[in-house]
Design a protein around this ligand. Structure first.
Ligand SMILES: [Zn+2]
Length: 199
C-alpha cells in the first residue's frame, strides 16, 4: 500500500470515528432554548418569503436523548413543546415496548406552504416554524410504530400519544381529523380562541 493510500485510509477512519462521537454527544447533551435535553443548534432567523419565517429559529436534532430522523427546523416555543410532549406523553406511552424509543421520524417541520400543501390555502403553521409532523416512532429492537399502520393496531399507545399532545400544542391532528393526516401526527403551537383544537 502506498503512503498516499494509507493516508487517505487513516483520514477516512478518523473522520468516521469523529462523526460517531459527535452524533453520540448531540443526542445525550445540549440545552437549546434554555432547556436541558434539547439538542441541536440555533440558526439564523428566517424572514420570508411573504408571511413565512421563523423567530428564535433552531435546528432540533434530539430530544431527551431521542434522536430525530431529520432535524426539525422550528422556533423555540415549538422546540420546548416537543420536549414536553416527548417527556410527558410519548415516552410513557411507549414504555419498554421494543426496548424503548430509538428515534422519532420527522416527516416535516419548517416549510413555506399553504395548509395541507394546497395552493391558495391559508398559510400553514409549518410556514411559521410552529409545526412538526411525526410519522413514526422507531424502537430500539428495529421495529417501529407508524401512524399509518399502528393507529388502529396499537390503538392504546397511539391514542395516548395523540391525546397527550393536546394542550401542550394548540393544534393536534391525526388520522381521525381528515384525509391529509392518515400517516402522521401534525402538532403546532398556534393558539386558538376556543382552546386547543385536537382531532
Ligand atoms: Zn403538519
Amino acid at each position: 500500500m502506498s503512503r498516499a493510500v494509507l493516508g487517505v485510509a487513516l483520514l477516512a477512519v478518523t473522520t468516521l470515528l469523529n462523526c460517531g462521537g459527535r452524533q453520540a454527544d448531540y443526542v445525550s447533551t445540549g440545552s437549546l432554548c434554555g432547556v436541558r435535553g434539547l439538542a441541536g443548534e440555533p440558526i439564523p432567523d428566517v424572514a420570508g418569503p411573504g408571511a413565512c419565517g421563523i423567530d428564535n429559529a433552531v435546528m432540533v436534532r434530539a430530544v431527551s436523548g431521542i434522536r430525530l430522523t431529520s432535524p426539525a427546523q422550528v422556533n423555540c416555543t415549538t422546540a420546548r413543546a416537543l420536549k414536553s410532549w416527548v417527556d410527558n406523553g410519548i415516552k410513557p406511552a411507549v414504555g419498554r415496548k421494543g426496548g424503548g424509543i430509538e428515534a422519532l421520524q420527522v416527516a416535516a417541520s419548517y416549510a413555506c406552504r399553504g395548509r395541507n400543501r394546497q395552493v391558495g390555502a391559508k398559510l400553514s403553521e409549518h410556514g411559521k416554524g410552529n409545526a412538526v409532523d411525526i410519522s413514526a416512532i422507531l424502537l430500539r429492537d428495529g421495529s417501529k410504530l407508524t401512524v399509518q399502520d399502528d393507529w388502529r393496531r396499537e390503538r392504546k399507545i397511539m391514542s395516548r400519544i395523540h391525546q397527550s399532545a393536546c394542550g401542550t400544542f394548540g393544534t393536534v391532528l391525526g388520522p381521525n381529523s381528515d384525509s391529509f393526516h392518515q400517516d402522521h401526527f401534525h402538532v403546532d403551537t398556534a393558539s386558538h380562541r376556543g382552546g386547543p383544537y385536537c382531532r
